[in-house]
Design a binder for this molecule. Structure first.
Ligand code: HEM
Length: 296
């Protein structure tokens, strides 16, 4: 299996020109194997242990999970990502069409949505609820995967696996955007006169390889994301990306009210009782419960 494509430049030098399409096939096969394997594994897995949940006072029936702005961002970004994947790989799979213009326009839409998302998440969202590793939660999550008897850890707003997925997307997403914007310099767009000589051919080759590697990784990430979003037991999360809220039962079953503080105007009992952990959490998160539940 090749890792990249090479060709002779006009001066007869052997240079990189892009990622090998074998990797695209490998990503498609790995994604299909993972999805089928996971579906079979879940079917054969014994039912999970559930802890009894105490209902704290002040939790509303519907809990706002995604603001309208976050949802519009998510679906715009998803649409541009799907257009990018289709325009990048369908011609390689054999269906030829004029893909470059649709591709870079979708790339500009993706870039704009990500710039908006970065500003929105730093300025208006709870940035650190996403940007943390949560090592002990990760270990508990792994134990739960190995044995259904080990209870799933209760997360803050974003569970461990969601955070890891987001971190991977940050890396490959920024990689594909940075290289994609550079690659636009070479092609005909309304923004500037094309300049294929801005970088040496060998450097362009590296840029194309990084773009391709990030693009191929996005086949895996997007396929698994859509698969999990459509799984029956995860549909409540997907609905929250459409309706904006989760119901109280799912919130209490999957989230720790001390980590994702939600109230209906009243302080959560753990905070009024003054337990050190609850007080620390509220303080570490830098906002009153009222402010945090209204912040998104
Ligand atoms: C899901 C995200 C993306 C995927 C999967 C993807 C994939 C690809 C692939 C496989 C190629 C062909 C590279 C080659 O021939 O070696 C390509 C080319 C290109 N992409 Fe992307 N890309 C993505 C995002 C972007 C973004 C965000 C931009 C711009 C902001 C962009 C702009 C371009 C440009 C300008 C080309 C070069 C076209 C040419 O040289 O003819 N791409 N992309």
């Amino acid at each position: 299996m090749d890792l990249w494509r090479r060709a002779l430049d006009p001066w007869g030098q052997d240079v990189l020109i892009g990622v090998s399409w074998d990797l695209m096939w490998a990503a498609i096969i790995v994604a299909a194997a993972f999805l089928i394997g996971h579906a079979v594994w879940i079917k054969t897995r014994p039912s999970e242990a559930h802890e009894a949940t105490e209902v704290p006072a002040g939790i509303p029936e519907r809990i706002q999970r995604h603001s309208l702005a976050s949802r519009v961002f998510h679906w715009t970004m998803s649409a541009s990502m799907l257009v990018l994947l289709v325009t990048a790989f369908v011609p390689v799979l054999g269906l030829q069409f004029a893909w470059v213009e649709i591709h870079w326009i979708a790339g500009v839409v993706l870039t704009a949505t990500i710039i908006y998302h970065i500003i929105h998440s730093i300025g208006w969202q709870d940035f650190w609820s996403m940007f943390q590793i949560g090592f002990s939660e990760g270990v508990a999550h792994l134990k739960h995967i190995m044995s259904p008897k080990a209870p799933a850890p209760k997360a803050g707003k974003y569970p461990f696996d969601h955070r890891m997925f987001h971190h991977a997307n940050v890396v490959v997403g920024l990689g594909v955007i940075a290289t994609g914007v550079l690659m636009m310099v070479r092609i005909d767009t309304p923004f500037w006169t094309p300049n294929p000589y801005m970088l040496a051919d060998s450097t362009w080759g590296v840029v194309y390889v990084i773009h391709g590697l990030c693009g191929v990784s996005l086949i895996l990430l997007t396929a698994s994301h859509i698969y999990f979003a459509l799984r029956p037991e995860k549909m409540w999360i997907t609905w929250s990306m459409i309706r904006g809220w989760v119901d109280r039962d799912h919130y209490l079953a999957h989230h720790d009210p001390a980590k994702w503080v939600v109230t209906n105007g009243a302080a959560p009992p753990s905070v009024t009782e003054g337990t050190p952990r609850a007080a620390e959490t509220a303080e570490a998160e830098g906002a009153s419960p009222e402010a945090r539940s209204a912040s998104e």
